[in-house]
Design a binder for this molecule. Structure first.
Ligand code: TXA
Ligand code: MG
Length: 345
């Protein structure tokens, strides 16, 4: 298949992509979080194509994207009061809400769950595409399953060129990590995936928010956000996180670099602007400034992909403060490293 690349600012080509989307083709498009791989959500065959193009396990449900709140009604059974508050505060934006689903939502989207995840992206191009297509748009991140999510159209080309009909180039994504997934079917909403709308932001408008650790406490072992159980967001090389006080972390990483180099391994380090000069590894990638976690989030996936390009054998990564967007950053780093973490003392 020949993948057509469209500049988001070119009206005619853009309309072709929107029409193709409505007619059942796959179109990758920018959102404020990451690039999405869109299909007409009301067309089960089109949605099936998403799973095939990505190599995505079929038990991992998809988010449905809309451009107007009025489109919610056909997708869900009821809008809980908490959701009304959240929609007013955060839509359009990087917040996905999980509702009880209506019969109109094809099973293939929800992987058989009785809920559906919906979000309204805050990206002009995404909104324009959904409006012009005139249908709700199912869209996971536009990467091959397991790879870091794409935050530029070039990342999408790397993973999906030849597998999908269109890629719309809308420049780099601003947020850089995916939307927060929040279950609003329970009395107290539960964060199933930390993301662009932080716990602190949610707590400003809700009385109480739970994180998905409550599910473990309750012994509710079936993951409510099935996607979270997979190895994810991963560069090709093994990745290990090093946590602790800055000085100990730097010392530990330098020791690990030395040991790995002695074994003949090509070593990558993921660090901050502040600490980068302290490492003498084969590939040192600065994710951003520790004073600006939003910047780290924006560049995170591009940093992980850089290690693939440079063919490192092992990656040692610093950890980042777990507040605000830092929770999403650390959640992704833990998945990328399959939870391998060394405490530096
Ligand atoms: O920012 C984003 O959310 C991006 C852009 C493209 O909008 N999309 C995205 O989609 O990250 P994806 O498929 O990579 O991640 C969707 C997440 C998965 O963890 C999935 O398990 C969860 O949302 N999810 C989808 N439907 C769900 C449902 N009904 N109940 C619980 N979790 C659900
Ligand atoms: Mg994804």
């Amino acid at each position: 298949m020949n993948t057509i690349i469209v500049n988001g600012a070119e009206d005619e080509a853009f309309s072709d992509a929107a029409r193709a989307l409505r007619e059942g083709k796959l179109v990758a498009f920018p959102t404020e979080t990451v690039y999405g791989l869109g299909a007409n959500a009301l067309n089960p065959d089109a949605v099936k194509g998403i799973y095939e193009a990505k190599g995505r396990p079929s038990d991992n449900p998809l988010i449905v994207h809309i451009a107007e709140v009025s489109k919610l009604n056909e997708l869900i059974l009821e809008i809980p009061d908490t959701a009304v508050t959240l929609i007013e505060a955060f839509w359009p934006g990087p917040l996905t809400l999980v509702f009880k689903r209506s019969g109109r939502v094809p099973d293939i989207i929800t992987a058989g769950l009785d809920t559906v995840a919906v979000r309204m992206p805050d990206s002009i191009i995404a909104q324009k595409l959904i409006r012009e297509a005139g249908v709700p748009v199912a869209a996971p991140s536009a990467n091959l399953s397991g790879r870091p999510s794409p935050t530029t159209y070039k990342h999408v080309i790397e993973d999906l060129s030849g597998r999908i009909e269109y890629i719309i180039d809308g420049g780099p994504c601003q947020v850089g990590v995916e939307s927060t997934v929040l279950d609003v079917t329970t009395k107290i909403p539960i964060i199933l995936r930390p993301g662009g709308i932080t716990l602190e932001m949610l707590e400003k408008v809700l009385e109480k928010v739970d994180t998905d650790s409550v599910l473990e406490v309750r012994g509710d072992l079936k993951p409510r956000s099935p996607g979270m159980k997979y190895r994810h967001y991963s560069p090709k090389a093994e990745m290990i996180l090093i946590s602790g006080e800055t000085d100990s972390v730097v010392e530990k990483i330098n020791q690990l670099i030395k040991d790995s180099n002695e074994k003949g391994l090509n070593v990558g380090v993921l660090t901050s602007f502040e600490n980068a000069h302290q490492y003498n590894a084969d590939v040192v990638v600065k994710a951003g400034s520790v004073k600006n976690p939003n910047q780290i989030a924006t560049g995170l996936y591009d940093s992980l992909r850089t290690f693939d390009e440079k063919n490192v054998d092992i990656i040692y990564s610093e950890t980042f403060e777990e507040k605000g967007i830092g929770r999403a950053i650390m959640n992704r780093l833990r998945k990328a490293s399959s939870g391998k973490i060394i405490e530096a003392k």
